[in-house]
Write a protein that binds this ligand. Sequence first.
Ligand SMILES: [Zn+2]
Length: 218
Amino acid sequence: MNLQRVIERSVCRPVEITLTNNRTSIVSFKREEGRILLRIQRLFTEAPLEVILEIAELIRKPSIKTPLVHDFFRKNQWRVRKRSRVSDRIEPEGRVYNLREIFEKVNREYFSNEIDAVITWGKRSPKKAVRKRTLGSYNSETKTIRINPGLDCVRVPGVFVKFIVYHEMLHADIGILRKKNGRRAIHTREFRKRECLFRDYRKVLEWERKARLSGFCP
Ligand SMILES: [Zn+2]
């Protein structure tokens, strides 16, 4: 649906549309030399007709309430966040390790190729002191695995990186369950059981223990 054409037809004036990524001011407009200058949240390019028509009506009668517009935005708001994260660079190729290759290997060996996710090195943080200590993370909304870039280092054995990738892929496979009290159950008993199935599990834990003792901090 052509947003501009629908609104122009409805308000009987030329309309100039600017799409914004704004999350607070979702619709604003002003009249200028017989035209309407409309600034609108990008999500509305995918809004259904009745929502667009309500925007047109708002332009005609600025005092009306716009329940459909607000409802649409409230329901779709999460996609704004999703998009901005997805636009972060996906960089699986590190200086030492290629995460995509590791991911594919683990997917073949442990998950019958069934895990569908994006994998990337996380951003290197300029501030060492506040750098997150998490070795990896999985975002179920964007299906993205991020691995701490501190692991992309010759001192870190490949099998350890492989294990961290395996751990995050387990999250993708098992999903996040809700406990009865509504809190998230992340490392459940089933999770820990499957984690132990990693072929070099003991070796990996041993390396991590020694590395931490010697002050390794990614
Ligand atoms: Zn975990």
